[in-house]
Design a protein around this ligand. Structure first.
Ligand SMILES: *[C@@H]1O[C@H](CO)[C@@H](O)[C@H](O)[C@H]1NC(C)=O
Ligand SMILES: *[C@@H]1O[C@H](CO)[C@@H](O)[C@H](O)[C@H]1NC(C)=O
Ligand SMILES: *[C@@H]1O[C@H](CO)[C@@H](O)[C@H](O)[C@H]1NC(C)=O
Ligand SMILES: *[C@@H]1O[C@H](CO)[C@@H](O)[C@H](O)[C@H]1NC(C)=O
Ligand SMILES: *[C@@H]1O[C@H](CO)[C@@H](O)[C@H](O)[C@H]1NC(C)=O
Ligand SMILES: *[C@@H]1O[C@H](CO)[C@@H](O)[C@H](O)[C@H]1NC(C)=O
Ligand SMILES: *[C@@H]1O[C@H](CO)[C@@H](O)[C@H](O)[C@H]1NC(C)=O
Length: 345
């Protein structure tokens, strides 16, 4: 510390000597030198006396910690209090206001040792958006930190996608159809949903089997759309580049991929070395390996031969799945699904 001060004093002395010897042009750039002195002086004088005229101020760096639908809005400010200031912040007087108007209820706490003030406001709803300003006051009621502003932007709601495969009889054959469901909850803005395949618009809301939109009392709405996708699309898109998109004024606001279940998600009593030569063996293996999976993801197993002889009963057919050991490819054929189910085990 002492060395640093000494060096600084030498620097000031050298600067002074320099200024004396260059007095002629110094007069011309006096404003600049004034700035230079101002920069040097506080460093040298720290802790010695008051600065000239400038009243010391509180400063703060604030961040928005949480701004999520239905959760309390939270802020955190790191406050620095100049040593000269005797007044202290009274956080119970903190003012949270929205768009310079509405005053929001707020609870703040001040950890003086860390200089951190955390505040918790009301639960976020669609109405809590715009500009949030915070003001802190000292115990005499004077504003010490004012107009700390946050821009509460639009909350893009989470998108949830799911896939259900069904087998439908077409004449004597069975064909596979997929319900691709896309849902948003607590959306504040109006979006339209669409299904994209390989980066291109494939189905719009008008093409959907169903779109349900339910409004919430506190503003915003839930919405889900079901799109029917036929098996050819998936066969051509073995890597499943199929996603749900949220569009706002024709701009893509958010996108989420649809994913099939993983082939390797099998039950613990699955016997991977069991043979799969006959229909009965295939039915047994599919039945034991997949029986603990979510019922909606796979066909119910039956040995009843419904349609096709001598082909195995269609209800022994496992639903299509992702082969994560093969670049996440979609497996569509029974031997490939059975293989992927037991790979790397
Ligand atoms: C502030 O704290 C009080 C008492 O714990 C509580 O009733 C109130 O809901 C809180 N308000 C906010 C905005 O968190
Ligand atoms: C049933 O499948 C066979 C073999 O794939 C095909 O030749 C036939 O056209 C299909 N029939 C119908 C009605 O789709
Ligand atoms: C697919 O979606 C349609 C429309 O909502 C529905 O009627 C049908 O039952 C669904 N199929 C499955 C297997 O979930
Ligand atoms: C959903 O319903 C709300 C309220 O009826 C409406 O304002 C909004 O435009 C609808 N959104 C869509 C995408 O249909
Ligand atoms: C919206 O979705 C959420 C989450 O699924 C649910 O809790 C809420 O009840 C739904 N609201 C309406 C109005 O459907
Ligand atoms: C698994 O299948 C093989 C081949 O069919 C058989 O030898 C073995 O006993 C089976 N293991 C169990 C635990 O069932
Ligand atoms: C599958 O089988 C279970 C139990 O037997 C039954 O509860 C369920 O409704 C069946 N699901 C379908 C889609 O047939």
């Amino acid at each position: 510390m002492a060395t640093v001060n000494q060096e600084l004093m030498q620097l000031v002395a050298r600067t002074r000597a320099f200024l004396k010897s260059h007095i002629a042009w110094v007069a011309v750039v006096i404003f600049g030198v004034g700035l230079l002195v101002c920069i040097i002086v506080p460093v040298v004088l720290t802790g010695l006396s008051k600065t000239h005229g400038d009243t010391p101020k509180f400063t703060a760096t604030c961040v928005l910690v949480d701004y999520t639908m239905w959760r309390p809005i939270q802020t955190r400010c790191k406050v620095s209090v100049p040593a000269e200031i005797k007044a202290s912040i009274d956080v119970s007087q903190t003012l949270f206001s929205l768009n310079s108007g509405d005053v929001l209820p707020v609870n703040c706490s001040y950890q003086v040792t860390d200089g951190v003030i955390t505040c918790q406001g009301p639960h976020v709803t669609c109405q809590i958006r715009g500009t949030l300003s915070i003001a802190f006051f000292d115990n005499a009621g004077n504003a010490v930190l004012d107009k700390i502003l946050f821009n509460l932007g639009s909350l893009i709601p989470p998108l949830v996608t799911s896939v259900v495969q069904v087998f439908e009889p077409v004449g004597k054959n069975f064909t596979s159809n997929f319900n691709f469901t896309c849902a948003v909850t607590s959306s504040c803005d109006t979006y339209t949903m669409a299904l994209y395949v390989d980066g291109n618009l494939h189905l719009t809301e008008e093409d959907a089997l169903l779109c349900i939109n339910t409004s919430m009392t506190e503003g915003g709405y839930n919405k889900s759309c079901v799109f029917k996708v036929d098996e050819d699309v998936i066969r051509q898109q073995r890597s499943m580049d199929i996603s749900c998109a949220l569009l706002q004024n024709n701009f893509l606001a958010k996108q989420e991929k649809f994913l099939l279940p993983m082939c390797s998600k099998r039950s613990s009593d699955c016997n991977c070395s069991a043979k799969t030569t006959s229909c009965d063996e295939i039915c047994t293996k599919v039945g034991t390996c997949l029986k603990h999976d979510d019922i909606s993801r796979y066909q119910n197993i039956t040995t009843e031969d419904v349609v096709l002889k001598p082909i195995c009963p269609v209800l022994c057919t496992p639903k299509w799945c992702r082969d994560k050991f093969n670049d996440d490819k979609t497996e569509t054929l029974i031997p490939a699904i059975l293989g992927a189910m037991c790979t790397n085990s």
